[in-house]
Ligand binder design. Structure first.
Ligand code: SF4
Length: 568
């Protein structure tokens, strides 16, 4: 591959694909094991999006220079502690993190926690001390793949392609495509994954399947963990998880003497106790000795920056606000980069009220719903016109982006914007751009596996089924194959099972204790009868979700809610 024509897909996706520009067309790289010569529909959609061509101030077109001058004046006349730096994941290349360097020195409030994987990460870290995935080769060498709360063929289509001939087990409330292709689909009740992990542990013990060698060498607290699993009758798990014990037996018949890979997705941890739930699953895997084997293991979203030195880091005593709880109204100036909180953050009503009551600066490549509330819009250079590196949270390969298309004079990259602001405020400029890129490109992190596995010894999870009645529904969201989050195709429907009281095209009002909104019904029997399903990026779905943080990672817990549905 010509090293100057590389293009990294910047989208927030496990696969982190590498492309290359050939004769004005971008093709998937064959040299990248995961990309394997193909790019997906989301990448094609990304190439078609209309990028911002000009800056705006109070809805009037202005030049880039004017927008930057207005921004600097506004920053100079605002008290830094009354400003907020809010960055999203519209583009997750490492160079996007450069802006935080300026806002840290300037004294803005920063965010902490995640709109995505925070709870699960905390759970993995509490057990293993590090959040890294095993090498992908161990996935390729596994006999059975357990897909747990992960829409694998949609959210990691390339990783799926590499393993599509394996034997699959899927654990998911939704009959996803991968569930349909699986030998076993455990259609679990939402927020009972920790109970299933305990039930599986109990069965493993009863059948002498635990890995004593692993437990003796690396385990800490395995007996306590096993005790939790046996402190209630086995049949009681059947009632709460919705998984028949016969299916559990079938599962153990299938995995006996096999190497097992467990791919855990975001679905299991979108709750208050998301970390505990993830840790129960990881502890079950440790009980079985799936960690540290030549084949198999447990994959979640690794911290892709582990082992790298942050090239933009600067010390600051900035206040941090947890991202689900951000109240935009409490800041005089809000800087939003590569994000669309009007659609993707919880409690949309509160988000909009907040944005209306602050001076909002939006910095991104496309016009989105949040731009409607922005006072100043600064176009950032689309990914083909700037240098970057993509690290992956799904596997160990990285992708490189060179400049393959001339950038518009009316846009600015994150790196250039940061240096511009640093200069305006008399702060030290960033290291040379090529030096930073070269560091990420060439550095090979030494990733140490854990030495001790700390089993979860106490589980305190408040199940949603306690509040579940015949009148309310579990609330489930997942990614759409045509649109990762809020970026491309819109699907604003609610999907319900045909056994509910609703039919196609009914207009319904859906309410939770946090808000309500109207939706049009689509009937789909892949959805469990007691669930209301929405695609991420649905413009109204977050009117229903809580702007509260989980118990351990300052992160959002979108599914910690039950909803009621009535005809409008
Ligand atoms: S699979 Fe993911 S990383 Fe690969 S091209 Fe599609 S969106 Fe980009």
């Amino acid at each position: 591959m010509n090293s100057n024509n590389k293009v990294a897909c910047p989208l927030d996706c496990y696969d982190a694909c590498q492309g290359q520009m050939i004769d004005e067309n971008i093709k998937g790289s064959k040299e990248n094991l995961v990309t394997n010569g193909k790019l997906c529909v989301n990448f094609a959609n990304l190439l078609k999006v209309e990028n911002l061509q000009t800056a705006f101030y109070e809805n009037k077109e202005i030049s880039l220079d004017e927008s930057l001058n207005i921004f600097v004046e506004k920053l100079k006349s605002t008290t830094p502690s009354k400003t907020l730096f809010y960055k999203g994941s519209g583009n997750i290349g490492v160079m996007q993190n450069s802006t935080k360097n300026f806002f840290t020195q300037y004294g803005s409030n920063l965010t902490r926690g995640s709109l995505c994987d925070g709870g699960g990460n905390a759970g993995v870290e509490e057990g293993r001390g590090v959040v890294i995935n095993p090498p992908i080769q161990k996935l390729l060498d596994a006999d059975v793949v357990v897909v747990w709360g992960r829409n694998l063929s949609v959210t990691s289509s390339h990783m799926y392609n590499l393993i599509k001939d394996k034997t699959f087990v899927t654990i998911d409330p939704i009959k996803t495509q991968i569930a349909k292709e699986s030998k076993i689909h455990m259609q679990i009740n939402p927020k009972t994954d920790y109970e299933l992990a305990l039930l599986l542990t109990r069965f493993a013990y009863m059948q002498d399947l635990e890995d004593r060698d692993f437990i003796d060498e690396f385990g800490n607290g395995a007996d306590w963990f096993f005790d939790i699993s046996k402190n209630r009758p086995v049949v009681s798990y059947e009632a709460t998880t919705g998984i028949p014990l016969a299916q559990v037996n079938e599962f153990f018949d299938l995995i006996e003497n096999k190497s097992v890979a467990i791919l855990v997705g975001l679905g299991v941890q979108k709750y208050f106790e998301g970390a505990q739930i993830m840790r129960c699953i990881d502890s079950f895997a440790a009980f079985m000795g799936y960690h540290k084997k030549d084949a198999g293991g447990v994959w979640y979203l690794s911290n892709s920056a582990t082992g790298y030195e942050n090239q933009f880091e600067v010390k600051g005593a900035n206040k941090k606000v947890s991202i689900p709880k951000v109240d935009f109204a409490s800041y005089d100036l809000v800087f939003i980069q590569g994000s669309n909180p009007v659609v993707s953050a919880p409690n949309t009503k509160r988000v909009i009220e907040g944005l209306k009551n602050s001076f909002v600066v939006y910095f991104g490549t496309t016009y989105n719903e949040t731009c409607e509330y922005a006072n100043l819009i600064i176009p950032s250079t689309p990914f083909l016109g700037k240098k970057d590196v993509r690290l992956s949270y799904g596997h160990e390969f990285k992708s490189i982006s060179n400049i393959v298309k001339e950038k518009s004079q009316n846009s600015i990259s994150e790196y250039d914007m940061t240096n511009f602001l640093l200069e305006q405020f008399g702060f030290k400029k960033l290291k040379d751009e090529d030096e930073i890129i070269s560091y990420y490109e060439n550095h090979k992190p030494k990733l140490e596996d854990f030495e001790t596995f700390n089993f979860i010894e106490e589980v305190d999870v408040e199940p949603l089924y306690k509040e579940k009645t015949n009148e309310n529904f579990y609330f489930i969201t997942a990614k759409n194959k045509n649109s990762l989050n809020s970026q491309f195709a819109n699907d604003d429907f609610v999907y319900l099972n045909s056994k509910t009281d609703f039919k196609n095209d009914d207009v319904v009002t859906i309410s939770s204790k946090y808000g309500n909104a109207q939706f049009i019904v689509k009937i789909d029997d892949d959805i469990k009868e007691d669930c209301a399903f929405f695609y991420s990026g649905n413009k109204k779905v977050n009117y229903l979700t809580p702007s509260e943080e989980d118990e351990s990672s300052f992160s959002v817990m979108y599914q910690e809610v039950l909803v009621e549905i009535e005809l409008s």
